[in-house]
Design a protein around this ligand. Structure first.
Ligand code: PLP
Length: 384
């Protein structure tokens, strides 16, 4: 099988795996054990990883809080800030194309009496700055905007939105789960208060992530998980040393490899796009310039995405139709771009990664082209 679903998850890089193993076996200590060498070794490993993660995003290691992944980070950032600052206001801003872990967290806050503005995006998936600016009110306490969209790969102008938030005294949270190792991030200069990170989108293990919480300016949040007071009280629970070491190493490699990874991905993505655009009635979803090079999202008109996936069983990609949930709703992200139900249903997300080869791309072009042509021949609507 050919794996072109790196935005869903990535394999653990072998170099990362090698670093993780000892922390599951001989070095099994609890990083919170302060009275013996087992604990000291684990704590040191955790702090090295904290520096590695901080260094990919230009943060201070003390600004990194370990979590179980970006879902938890998004929950902690949004609920934590909303609850801590609720005396100041109860209005939040987010965007219709955010990940479910942001949208559903905001919906939960709505049930708790907060008011949410759900921003539309433009046809290319990007936020209109004026629309964002107009949504800010005196009682707005937080805005949450993703850096890179998971379905269409578009990159929002975080610097500009964050600058406005700083001016207006609005806490700015950014979900960067899909951005690490793809977009250069320097929080020393980027006006972002909190940033959600995940390891498994960047060749690290699943089940580990982090939340960046700014110290300058200092951002205060309520904890969601209470207990032993780990992570400066922001997230209790025994730290999973092996996972943390894996995330640190993965981010360290991402920092070293970002240029080369991006260049290769772009070359392969362009080849894939050129190959598939030879078919008629193929449409690109999302802006092609403000976009990570790993992502290609196409709608194949007159073809049902699910049927296309069935026709290319040995190719692992995602479809904009049913896959992300049990429902048959088309992708809400593509709907937010104003795509018709038909085009949203006929979309496929290809995501390229570090281990994708040219042969794989060429094979996928061939398989998709054959499958699309066959399905269209069977379609009563296709008449070309
Ligand atoms: N945010 C975005 C943009 C994502 O793509 C994902 C991945 O599914 C998440 C959050 C959730 O991350 P995790 O799997 O680490 O909880």
């Amino acid at each position: 099988p050919i794996y072109l679903d790196y935005s869903a998850t990535t394999p653990v890089d072998p170099r990362v795996l090698a670093k993780m193993i000892p922390w599951l076996s001989e070095n099994f200590g609890n990083p919170a054990s302060r009275s013996h060498a087992y604990g000291w070794a684990a704590e040191e490993a955790v702090e090295i990883a904290r520096e590695q993660v901080a260094s990919l995003i230009g943060a201070d290691p003390r600004e990194i809080v370990w979590t179980s992944g970006a879902t938890e980070s998004n929950n902690l950032a949004i609920k934590g800030a909303a609850r801590f600052h609720s005396a100041r206001g109860k209005h939040l801003i987010t965007v219709k194309t955010e990940h479910k872990s942001v949208l559903d967290t905001c919906r939960e806050l709505e049930r708790d009496g907060f008011e949410i503005t759900w921003l539309d995006v433009q046809e290319n998936g990007l936020i209109d700055f004026d629309v964002f600016a107009a949504a800010i009110r005196p009682d707005t306490i937080l805005a949450s905007v993703m850096l890179v969209n998971n379905e269409i790969g578009v990159i929002q102008d975080i610097a500009r939105l964050g600058t406005l938030c700083r001016e207006k005294g609005v806490i700015f949270h950014v979900d960067a789960a899909q951005a690490t190792g793809k977009v250069a991030i320097d929080l020393a200069s980027l006006p972002v208060d909190m940033m959600s990170l995940s390891a498994h989108k960047t060749y690290g293990p699943k089940g580990i992530g982090a939340l960046y919480v700014s110290r300058k300016p200092r951002v205060r949040i309520d904890a969601l998980i209470h207990g032993g007071g780990h992570e400066r009280g922001m997230r209790s629970g025994t730290l999973p040393t092996h996972q943390i070491v894996g995330m640190g190493e993965a981010y360290w490699i991402a920092r070293e490899n970002m240029g080369a990874d991006n260049e290769r991905a772009r070359w392969l993505r362009d080849r894939l796009m050129q190959g598939l655009m030879k078919l008629d009635q193929v449409f690109v979803n999302g802006d092609m310039d403000q976009r990570v090079p790993h992502n290609l999202n196409l709608s194949f008109n007159f073809v049902e995405g699910e049927s296309l996936l069935m026709g290319i069983k040995d190719v692992a990609v995602s479809s904009g139709s049913a896959c992300t949930s049990a429902s048959l709703e088309p992708s809400y992200v593509l709907r937010a771009l104003g795509r018709s139900d038909e085009l949203a249903h006929s979309s496929i997300r290809f995501s390229i990664g570090r281990f994708t080869t040219q042969d794989e791309i060429d094979a996928v072009i061939e398989k998709i082209s054959a499958s699309v042509s066959k399905l269209r021949e069977l379609s009563p609507l296709w008449d070309m």
